[in-house]
Design a protein around this ligand. Structure first.
Ligand code: ATP
Ligand code: MG
Length: 282
């Protein structure tokens, strides 16, 4: 079912004192249950989009601006309700903790929402277990590794049962192993709870995990499309100062070297399969 969980229409936003808008007449849709990556150089407006989505910032007053989340138009009356639907994991794991222990921290969001204790004693351990941190339930967040901290941050969000989970460069400070673990957990949670995922990332291989990619430049949406469509536009990506995924680079180099790779080969896995077959046919 292709329903749109996020609809943004004609949204512009200018920070106070800024001369140019940080977001310039932005419109896009995000399908329920999809994984979307937002890429773009530093300052292109990616984090500002998220602040607009959860109502921390309000669009410039233009008559046509509209943000709709899960069928509800964002306004003063709906903002609290909408904020509960969107969980954001930020870049710096150390800035996201409020509790003295992992359990306290995960419980915080629920306490804030007045969830009864009888409910909390079920929800908190379940969320901690979902991210594989049960053994650390009573640990101090400060004693954890970066990857473990991000897992606890995700548990805190899961406990509130959002519909949308946003990773705003959430893996940027992690080593490759920590990054893969976090992305694996998010993927599992997405399947289990039918979540919609938005990942803002400078890591092009992480962006490559998405179903669709939005490309931002100076507050404008330059292009959007299926991941394979976007990442084959090497010229555009390079013009915008963005990296091209490793797989796309390898494929392009092979094509240049005269290896007949069919256009349907659109992932690392398919490429390996194709090359193995090519080799065994010789
Ligand atoms: N609080 C603020 N006050 C004024 N200007 C801001 C503020 N936050 C961001 N900006 C400006 O708005 C523009 C968009 O910033 P934003 O943080 O959304 O970019 P970004 O794409 O998330 O960048 P990065 O990749 O560095 O996180 C930039 O020009 C930035 O300098
Ligand atoms: Mg940002």
């Amino acid at each position: 079912m292709a329903d749109q969980i996020i609809k943004i229409r004609n949204v512009s936003f200018t920070y106070p004192e800024a001369k140019t808008p940080a977001i310039d007449n932005l419109s896009f849709d995000i399908e329920h249950g999809s994984w979307t990556s937002i890429i773009g150089h530093n300052g292109s407006g990616k984090s500002t989009i998220i602040r607009l989505l959860n109502g921390l910032l309000v669009p410039d007053e233009t008559s046509k601006a509209k943000i709709e989340i899960d069928g509800t138009v964002l306004n003063d009356d709906t903002v609290w309700n909408i904020r509960d639907k969107i969980g954001v994991v930020f870049q710096n794991p150390d800035n996201q903790f409020v509790g003295a222990t992992v359990a306290d921290d995960v419980a915080f969001g629920l306490e804030n929402r007045g969830v009864p204790r009888s409910e909390m004693v079920k929800l908190v351990p379940a969320a901690i277990a979902a991210v594989g941190m049960t053994d650390y339930t009573n640990a101090e967040p400060a004693s954890l590794s970066g990857g473990q901290k991000q897992r606890v941050a995700i548990a805190g969000i899961l406990a509130i049962r959002p519909q949308i989970i946003v990773l705003d460069e959430a893996t940027a400070m992690l080593d490759p192993e920590g990054r893969d673990q976090i992305l694996g957990i998010v993927r599992e949670m997405k399947e289990e709870y039918d979540l919609t995922v938005i990942s803002i990332t400078h890591d092009i291989d992480e962006a490559n995990l998405a179903d669709q990619v939005l490309v931002m430049n100076d507050g404008q949406l330059i292009t959007q499309g299926r991941t394979t469509e976007i990442f084959t536009q090497t010229k555009l990506l390079k013009e915008l100062g963005l990296d091209v995924p490793f797989f796309t680079q390898v494929k392009a180099a092979l094509v240049t070297a005269g290896v007949p790779i069919p256009p349907i080969v659109n992932s690392e896995k398919e490429l390996i399969k194709f090359l193995c077959q090519l080799n065994s046919n010789r």
